[in-house]
Design a protein around this ligand. Structure first.
Ligand code: GLN
Length: 452
């Protein structure tokens, strides 16, 4: 099969399936076909797994000449003039970008219901959410629309949707992948990664997208290993920690059982698994929503109706133009974050909120450091419950925020976290989270591959 044939089949299939799922915001129809023809002409590169392969990109990652909306009215007509570094790297490896996936507006949310283009549905049960914010990417991969998709993860947005859809999602170490061309949400948390059907594919994609980028000074210049090289080595002798706080009463019984069963599997495979404590876990959500919202309030200042994006039609002066463009262009959840963040950074509230939250961040990091003094990897549930019903949390932001209680600490500490399928509860997938030392994605892939 040629890349052109595969790309055409992929696009045709998406057009059919997506009437139910709404996983895509925009397709890259004609350009994808041209790109695939070009790969065929040059000849498929056998050394690159991605050569000629259709993939999808979350719609907060810039794609030159292809609309990039962040699922917001604010950017609904925005066409970037350059590609994100990850997009460039994937294209150089021969991957074909077939389109942009749905998400929560500006990546703020846990269900892909905060999208100006309407919600994405979970392919396992269309009445359930696919998780978020990379819900479109996850649903597209789980349904077989596409083999792999890029996502972004600020507080769980790759891992939680991966868990809800029974697929693999890796949030690499902060700094492992360039954020150049990722629409900023919380810059000290944001990281790009991929969602795939299996661990090997995921490692192959990290091989391509990881590495230093002169456009992103937070990207690490640590050498990028071949993440597939040791992937089949197994877990013999690996010391795995199982944090008690992740198996507390808040965690669903079926989820707990699945993780405990996985722990037995790892023991049988020759690893040791021991209970540990990460005592500051419970403060993660509160601190994260202050810190990430503060960064968001600053990052989103640029959407003023002047430089780019949506501009209100009926403003009489400059101040009104700012206010009306932002009031009309942003959705409710984004406004909530901007208000929360602006308040936390204001002179009167800074010490009581932002500074305290920053201290909690350090305590969470120290919890992890202590565990990694003695263990090679942490295993835990990705989420405390499987996917919830569409509409069941939209009117209760705090219960939506609480959904991230098990994914947020990883972003607070900048660690790599991966969700892999670990069973089912009433027909819906359960995700297991593997958490590694900084830049030790290789060990996580090894452990993920051994479990699959
Ligand atoms: N659900 C979290 C939030 O709304 C995380 C989102 C993300 O990782 N982008 O902030």
């Amino acid at each position: 099969i040629t890349s052109e044939e595969l790309t055409k089949q992929t696009l045709d299939n998406i057009k059919k399936t997506d009437t139910k799922l709404n996983a895509f915001i925009d397709l890259n129809d004609s350009k994808a076909l041209d790109d695939s023809k070009a790969v065929d002409q040059k000849g498929i590169d056998a050394s690159s797994l991605l050569s000629g392969m259709p993939i999808a990109i979350k719609d907060n990652i810039l794609t030159k000449d292809l609309k990039t909306t962040a699922a917001s009215k604010m950017l609904s007509n925005f066409t970037p003039i350059f590609d994100a570094t990850v997009v460039k790297k994937l294209a150089a490896a021969g991957a074909i970008n077939v389109g942009k996936t749905n998400m929560d507006e500006f990546a703020m949310g846990s269900s892909t219901e905060h999208s100006v283009f309407g919600p994405t549905h979970n392919p396992w049960n269309l009445n359930k959410v696919p998780g978020g914010s990379s819900g479109g990417s996850a649903a597209a991969v789980a349904s077989g629309e596409i083999i792999a998709a890029l996502g972004s993860d600020t507080g769980g947005s790759i891992r939680q949707p991966a868990a809800f859809n029974g697929i693999v999602g890796m949030k690499p170490t902060y700094g492992r992948v360039s954020r150049w061309g990722l629409i900023a949400f919380g810059s000290s948390f944001d990281q790009i990664g991929s969602l795939t059907r299996n661990v090997y594919d995921n490692a192959s994609i990290l091989n391509v997208i990881a590495g230093h980028d002169k456009h992103d000074l937070t990207s690490s210049d640590k050498a990028v290993p071949d993440y597939t090289q040791n992937i089949k080595k197994g877990v013999k002798g690996l010391k795995i920690a199982l944090p008690e706080e992740y198996l507390s009463d808040g965690t669903d019984k079926n989820v707990k059982d699945a993780i405990l069963k996985a722990a037995e599997t790892y023991k049988k495979l020759g690893a040791t698994v021991e209970k540990v404590s990460l005592p500051h876990t419970k403060y993660g959500v509160a601190a994260y929503y202050i810190l990430a919202s503060s960064e968001a309030s600053s990052n989103l200042q640029r959407y003023d109706g002047i430089r780019y994006g949506y501009r209100s039609k009926d403003a009489n002066n400059l101040a009104e133009l700012y206010v009306k463009s932002r009031s009309e262009g942003f959705g409710d959840e984004v406004k909530r974050r901007i208000m929360l963040g602006t308040f936390s950074l204001s002179a009167g509230a800074f010490d009581a909120y932002f500074k305290k939250a920053a201290k909690v961040r350090t305590l969470i990091l120290d919890d992890f450091k202590k565990v990694f003094d003695h263990y090679d990897m942490i295993m835990a549930p990705t989420t405390s419950t499987p996917a919830f019903d569409l509409g069941s949390k939209t009117s209760d932001p705090v219960s939506m925020y609480m959904n991230d209680v098990l994914t947020i600490p990883v972003n607070m500490a900048g660690l790599p976290g991966m969700s892999i399928p670990a069973g089912f509860s009433d027909g819906m997938p359960i995700g297991m989270q593997l958490i590694g030392r900084p830049f030790d994605e290789g060990t996580m892939y090894q452990a993920g591959y051994a479990f699959e």
